[in-house]
Design a protein around this ligand. Structure first.
Ligand code: FCB
Length: 442
């Protein structure tokens, strides 16, 4: 048996990532809850219901699962609508609930990374115009101050907004997330408000906690021109990658928001990230298409012959992880892989996906790029937004009816990786034999 092993730096963070709305259940005060009630919004009419029943306390057993399988960190999010059920009302019991979670994580040796906004908004904010109104900047600032005051003894790693690029695109351009808008003008306005909101939150957190580390998690899509010899394909790929991948981290770097065809200066955003969070799932091809303005003049698809996830949502493209880290490294900041994973109910592809993606992370680490941690999406199957319960990303399988959990083989694989702080040839041979030849070529 081969002796090779890919080791990670000491202190590397190993964990999973979750989001409040997807696991807590009964978030009736959120815009997503109202959205779920509208016919046709969620695949098969699925409802989040109890989700993973975290609000009734099942986070305890799930955190134990994480800690017992060698993880040393966990990324989770706070539900704004629980903390602040009305603009003039704070729910102390909700704050205490999250404090209990943080105390237990400390006990278990899980270092928390706390996301302050992960897609869902309080209903009252949605009714006032959500991300389209500039009032969101001030409201979010007030909420963040309250949360940071309450949790700062336990948390120093903050993510202001999860995937502002996905939020703006899905909710205001493609109409798939609430409020279901399809408007370039609204998309632009929302992007500006997201940048301003992040900037204000960054400054508010640092004022209360000078040594905090604050950033965003960006969904990085690796994009390649479908026909690289064709200038229109190259042009549209470049344009989309700039608008989708670059917009937020560049704005937080230099204060310039580069919207498609417009530039806006938001000076307070300059220098507002202490690390870059990268959520990487897949790579795609982009072809120019003059008759698809709604898709920003493009046709996007996965390469022929690539392995696809259960519903075809994700293609197994590990080299895209390399692209993502190469891209992230340009920002000269510590890098956290804040999400990466695949929907795979039978756990057929996940072990290989995990091995091959971590192999690319290891390559980046060996170029001395400052990758500090990896959060797998996700711990237990959860409510996947507009795809509901159809997509199963968990290391643990969830029976939604009984709330029973069942460990998938990938959970054991990940446990060995976390404990070893590396991946050995022996592990790959046992858990992902079909990745062996690629990872350990003779
Ligand atoms: C990301 C989201 C996360 C989850 C995964 C599959 O875009 O941040 O909540 O839905 O995709």
């Amino acid at each position: 048996m081969a002796q090779a092993a890919f080791h990670f730096p000491r202190g590397f963070l190993w964990g999973t990532a979750t989001a409040a709305y997807q696991v807590e259940g009964n978030n009736t005060n959120s815009n997503w809850y109202a959205w779920e009630q509208q016919p046709g919004r969620i695949l098969n009419g699925y409802q989040s219901g109890l989700a993973c029943d975290w609000w009734n306390g099942r986070w305890r057993e799930d955190f134990r699962r994480a800690a017992e399988t060698g993880q040393n960190a966990h990324r989770f999010s706070i539900e704004w609508s629980r903390i602040q059920p009305a603009p003039d009302r704070w729910d102390e019991a909700a704050l205490d609930h999250y404090l209990d979670m943080l105390r237990y994580m400390e006990e278990l040796g899980l270092m928390p990374m706390v996301t302050l906004h992960h897609f869902s908004d309080p209903l009252w904010l949605a009714e006032m115009g959500g991300w389209e109104t500039s009032a969101v900047v001030g409201y979010f600032d007030t909420y963040v101050k309250r949360v940071v005051e309450a949790f700062k003894d336990y948390v120093s790693l903050w993510c202001t907004i999860n995937e502002p690029n996905v939020l703006a695109t899905m909710a205001y351009l493609f109409g798939v997330f609430p409020p279901g808008e399809k408007s370039m003008g609204k998309f632009n306005r929302v992007c500006l408000n997201l940048v301003r909101t992040h900037a204000a939150a960054y400054r508010a957190i640092h004022a209360l906690q000078p040594d905090a580390r604050v950033g965003m998690a960006i969904n990085y899509r690796s994009m390649q021109p479908a026909r690289p010899w064709l200038p229109p394909d190259r042009w549209i790929t470049h344009l989309q990658s700039r608008a989708f991948n670059d917009l937020f981290p560049r704005a937080a770097q230099d204060g310039w928001v580069r919207l498609p065809f417009i530039r806006r200066h938001v000076p307070e955003a300059k220098g507002t990230q202490d690390y870059l969070g990268v959520n990487y799932y897949s790579r795609e091809l982009v072809a120019f298409h003059p008759f698809r303005p709604g898709e920003i003049f493009s046709h996007r698809y996965y390469r022929e012959g690539v392995e696809l996830s259960h519903t075809g949502f994700i293609a197994n493209e590990p080299e895209g992880m390399w692209d993502a880290l190469k891209w992230a490294n340009r920002f000269n900041l510590p890098i956290l892989i804040s999400e990466n994973g695949i929907e795979d109910p039978e756990d057929r592809l996940r072990p290989r996906y995990l091995a091959e993606h971590l192999h690319q992370v290891w390559r980046a680490v060996n170029f001395n790029w400052p990758v500090k941690g990896y959060f797998h999406w996700t711990l237990v199957d959860n409510f996947e937004w507009d795809r509901g319960w159809k997509q199963r990303f968990g290391l643990w399988e969830l029976d939604v009816e009984t709330q029973g959990r069942r460990k998938r083989p990938s959970a054991d694989f990940f446990a060995e990786i976390c404990r070893e702080n590396g991946i050995s040839a022996d592990m790959v041979a046992r858990y992902a034999p079909d990745a062996f030849a690629r990872m350990f070529p003779n």
